[in-house]
Ligand binder design. Structure first.
Ligand code: 1CP
Length: 344
């Protein structure tokens, strides 16, 4: 399989700028909504034939250069019976949020083949069907901790930060267990056939660089180190992480996600030469009329003149995005981001 996506991850030469979208499988696609009318999110995720079908839908529709497994960052915690559910319109909800030493002790080691067998079964179906690489993924320890402690989504992360500052030992115990969980999930996905992995630390941009270094970096680093020997590209993603990009690369990533708040050339300057970038179009930019979308895509491409960039949105596809716009974005990136635009 010759893949511009894998080549860009590795900084190898390729002809066409690769593009895929975070949350490319999901509510923007009518065929996804049709499946969700009949099955809950958890049913889709735990039924390999359905999860594989939903993973394939965006590949057929958009002609993107990579597939991402249809699952969730909370899946391993669901597998451990931590009282997590995914609620429509809300996202993850935790029945009994984690606040004490006893709560943290409930997070045991994950045994992927027993706890989340459907994930590997889905991947085994997909590797036979796909002609683009499959990205496996996990939630990073901080983002998982934030859901477990807050009980769901949050604006301020007040409870998460309170625990972090009040009881550093307990915090590191929690983070260390979650790092083992993320690492075990990623290893199992790669062994089943995932060709690259992405560690989602979506909400870590809420921390200062100082706190990131002290409370998060050692744990995310452990996740990346534990999969180094598997030799697949490692992508590290977060939102609002302009001031953390260097540290996120230092955790051991080959590619770092950049959201729309940081111009790509500025991000490039913050990163070592051998580390690639991914992302950068504002997901809301895809809601505009095509002339406006085109202008925004071209603006990203002008600053992405390197063979180490993977075009993506700076965060997930918004549910109201017209799927045809995403399709046209793929065409435009492939047309404009081809041989000749790469400076280095
Ligand atoms: O159908 C539905 O109503 C469920 C919506 C949905 C979907 C489609 C959820 C609940 N999860 C998913 C799939 C999902 N989640 C994927 C599939 C692959 C793809 O990208 O196409 C992936 C990679 C995720 C990862 C995920 N889940 C993240 C990291 C990425 C990000 O968006 O920052 C996070 C933070 C979650 C938590 C989550 N799960 C679901 C929702 C709505 C949320 C976010 C809630 C919040 O804002 O806190």
């Amino acid at each position: 399989m010759s893949s511009p996506f894998l080549a860009a991850c590795r900084g190898e030469s390729h002809d066409v700028m690769p593009v895929w979208f975070m949350r490319q499988a999901g509510r923007a696609l009518p065929e996804y909504r049709a499946i969700r009318e009949k099955h809950s999110f958890e049913d889709v995720m735990t039924t390999p034939e359905l999860a594989a079908e939903v993973t394939l839908q965006p590949i057929r529709y958009y002609d993107v250069d990579a597939a991402i497994l249809f699952s969730d960052i909370m899946t391993p915690l669901i597998g451990l019976d931590m009282g997590v559910s995914i609620q429509p319109g809300k996202g993850p909800v935790i029945e009994q949020p984690i606040r004490s030493r006893e709560d943290v002790a409930r997070i045991r080691e994950l045994e992927p083949s027993n706890d989340i067998p459907y994930v590997m079964e889905t991947i085994e179906i997909l590797v036979k069907e796909l002609d683009v690489p499959l990205i496996g993924f996990a939630g990073a320890p901080f983002t998982l901790a934030s859901y477990l402690i807050e009980g769901g989504a949050s604006r301020s992360y007040a409870m998460t930060k309170s625990l972090m500052y009040a009881d550093e030992d307990l915090w590191h115990d929690l983070m260390s267990r979650l790092a083992n969980l993320s690492a075990a999930t990623l290893r199992a996905q790669v062994r089943a056939g995932a060709r690259a992995v992405q560690l989602f630390d979506s909400w870590v941009g809420n921390l200062s660089p100082f706190d990131y270094t002290r409370y998060v970096l050692p744990h995310s680093k452990k996740v990346f180190e534990s999969i180094e020997h598997l030799n697949v590209p490692r992508i590290h993603f977060g939102v609002g992480t302009g001031e953390l990009l260097q540290l996120m690369a230092a955790a051991g990533a080959d590619v770092v996600g950049v959201d729309w708040r940081v111009p790509l050339d500025a991000a490039r300057q913050r990163l070592p030469d051998q580390v690639g970038t991914q992302g950068n179009l504002d997901p809301a930019a895809a809601l505009g009329p095509w002339e406006s979308v085109e202008e925004q895509v071209r603006a990203v491409l002008r600053r992405a003149r390197t063979k180490r960039h993977i075009f993506n949105l700076g965060h997930g596809v918004l549910p109201q995005t017209p799927p045809d716009t995403l399709k046209r974005i793929v065409e435009l990136v492939h047309e404009e981001g081809s041989t000749g635009v790469f400076d280095r």
